[in-house]
Ligand binder design. Structure first.
Ligand SMILES: Nc1ncnc2c1ncn2[C@@H]1O[C@H](COP(=O)(O)OP(=O)(O)O)[C@@H](O)[C@H]1O
Ligand SMILES: [Mg+2]
Length: 311
């Protein structure tokens, strides 16, 4: 008999399918069963159970939610519920904070982790926007708090540019604006992957020539990059503050302040794709090992908890 069952929902593109096979295989060797494809979009709630493809989510010993595809509000709502009943990686509360750029920056700053200077302004606070631009030395970025892939991010340079952007942002139905000082950096970053409090891998990303956004979806390219100890420690600390079991911490070097700053913390950082592995980005096996260890420990913990309850 297996020691327990882990539910998985992993992305399948970019080599995800193979990663999933490896995780399933390794868990099987440790006598842990897996149910894959648990996309909560298809789940139904009836008679006190959340049922997804015939699996009762509440009966799982652990659930790994690892699919960066956009979640429907329904799906997200169920993720929150599942996370309260079944040990879920990432746990929903930390996931929700990390998905929000303002909450992330604020929490990190409160706990002594450096981020770019940031502001939050009410939607009608035109003066606040102007003030921020002055305080930030004339260059700032407007970011959707829950954006990804670099989309929706607008650079505002000087008051003329603010005037042009204002009608556009005030047309949105947002209630507040999140702003960051535009950091003077070399247009490269570190993506540092942390699993279970441990450093498992790093690579660099570089913005296309003449551009400043490093996202792959904005045309950025990846390269092999060894982080120094300071970068690793910053990433470990950021993941810990947010309470994330799995994190991909984006770090850049601020040339003005002469220090590293955390830009954001991703909750579903991609494994290296087969093409990236060919470039020498080879952290997948460390990351899989750390994830499998974490899942195994979670299953054992849950089993012990149940034994205690019965006793
Ligand atoms: N404050 C900033 N100063 C300079 N560049 C930035 C700043 N914030 C973000 N960027 C650039 O924009 C990219 C996308 O920003 P990020 O906050 O990571 O949002 P997303 O979730 O869309 O990836 C970053 O990878 C970085 O290259
Ligand atoms: Mg990013």
């Amino acid at each position: 008999m297996s020691l327990g069952t882990v539910g998985l929902w992993l992305y399948r593109n970019g080599g995800g399918e193979r990663i999933q096979r490896q995780i399933v295989e390794m868990l099987k060797e440790r006598n842990i069963a897996c149910v894959t494809g648990l996309d909560l979009k298809h789940a139904q709630v009836k008679n006190g159970k959340i049922i997804c493809n015939d699996t009762a989510m509440d009966d799982l010993d652990a659930f790994l939610s690892y699919n960066a595809g956009e979640q429907t509000p329904y799906q997200r709502y169920l993720y929150q519920m599942v996370s309260q009943v079944t040990p879920t990686i990432n746990n929903f509360d930390s996931f929700a904070i990390a998905e929000d750029k303002f909450q992330t920056s604020h929490l990190l700053t409160l706990h002594g982790v450096r981020t770019p200077d940031y502001r939050l302004c009410g939607r009608d606070d035109e003066d606040g926007l102007k003030q921020a631009l002055n305080d930030f030395g004339g260059r700032m970025i407007y970011k959707p708090i829950d954006g990804w892939g670099g989309s929706g991010i607008v650079k505002i340079e000087g008051h003329e540019s603010l005037k042009t952007v204002l009608p556009f942002i005030s047309q949105t139905d947002l209630r507040y604006f999140y702003l960051e000082k535009f950091v003077n950096y070399d247009n490269t970053d570190f993506r540092v992957d942390i699993v279970d409090g441990k450093f498992v891998g790093c690579y660099g990303r570089k913005a296309p020539r003449g551009e400043w956004k490093t996202n792959i979806t904005s045309g950025g390219s990846v390269f092999v990059r060894e982080p120094d100890q300071e970068v690793i420690e910053l990433a470990v600390k950021a993941a810990k503050i947010l309470g994330l079991e799995v994190a991909g911490v984006d770090i850049i070097y601020d040339r003005e302040r002469e220090e590293y700053v955390v830009l954001e913390v991703n909750t579903i950082p991609a494994f290296a794709t087969p093409e990236q592995e060919k470039l020498g980005i080879n952290f997948n096996s460390y990351k899989i090992d750390a994830l499998v260890d974490l899942l195994e420990r979670t299953v054992h913990y849950k089993a012990r908890e149940q034994t205690i309850k019965v006793a």
